[in-house]
Design a protein around this ligand. Structure first.
Ligand code: SAH
Length: 222
């Protein structure tokens, strides 16, 4: 892809690689799966930020997308995508479509992505972006992520992109034995931890704390 953003994309990828090396003691990952790097390279991030913020779309930081929400930091998108060990045939559930950026990255890595968003306007904008990119393997539904999306369960992996106070039981239930769930857990903006939860073939959960993170909190509907 030849574009005005090529240099910025390159810088973003370099910064992600450097963040991955700098956090290896916490995450246990020295480098990203090359497929994840390739997915990052093929998704134009400037398409997913508001027009007036395009010049900073490739910075390795979150950006506001309206409604008090953010598009996640590229390094975090990369790390979370890597942690679920995505396979080409996988079916993945994302909670928190937001801009659609993370869903688009996942769509490059797996067979099918289902993404739930609670704010109608964000869901609609993300759908438009996927249509414009001819990304046919992402479906967005308006709904509360706490409940998951039972119709397509069980999922090979679940990626939650808003911080939950505790692990939503429905998501655990909708995870396939052998699958992984990655989720920021904690109150508000402080004291959150990114957790990687694996469900073994016997259905037992193995929870690993990966690193401290800052995500916007889950919107509570109850
Ligand atoms: N993955 C997004 C990041 C989104 S930020 C991206 O790549 O841009 C978190 C998103 O979760 C926000 O869009 C927010 O509206 C959504 N969200 C918050 N609470 C939710 C809930 N209960 N159910 C579904 N989505 C929720």
């Amino acid at each position: 892809m030849e574009s005005a953003f090529d240099d910025e994309m390159q810088l973003m990828l370099d910064e992600i690689r450097s963040d991955v090396r700098n956090t290896r003691a916490l995450t246990g990952r020295h480098e990203l799966n090359p497929r994840v790097i390739e997915a990052l390279r093929t998704v134009p991030r400037h398409v997913f930020v508001p027009e007036e913020l395009r010049d900073r779309a490739y910075r390795n930081s979150p950006q506001p997308i309206g409604h008090g929400q953010t598009i996640s930091q590229p390094y975090i998108v990369a790390l979370m995508s890597d942690l679920i060990d995505p396979k080409a045939a996988d079916v993945v559930l994302e909670i928190g479509t937001g801009s659609g950026y993370h869903a688009a990255i996942l769509a490059k890595l797996v067979a099918q992505v289902y993404s739930l968003e609670i704010i109608a306007e964000l869901a609609e904008k993300a759908r438009e972006r996927f249509r414009a990119m001819a990304l046919g393997n992402v479906e967005v539904r308006l709904g509360d992520g706490h409940l998951g999306w039972p119709e397509h369960a069980p999922y090979d992996a679940i990626v939650v992109t808003a911080a939950a106070r505790e692990l939503p039981a429905a998501l655990i239930e909708q995870l396939k034995p052998g699958g992984s769930l990655v989720i920021p857990v904690g109150e508000h903006f402080f004291g959150q931890e990114l957790q990687l939860i694996r469900k073994d073939l016997a259905g037992h959960l193995h929870v690993v704390g990966v690193l401290p993170v800052v995500f916007v909190p889950f919107v509570e509907t109850a």
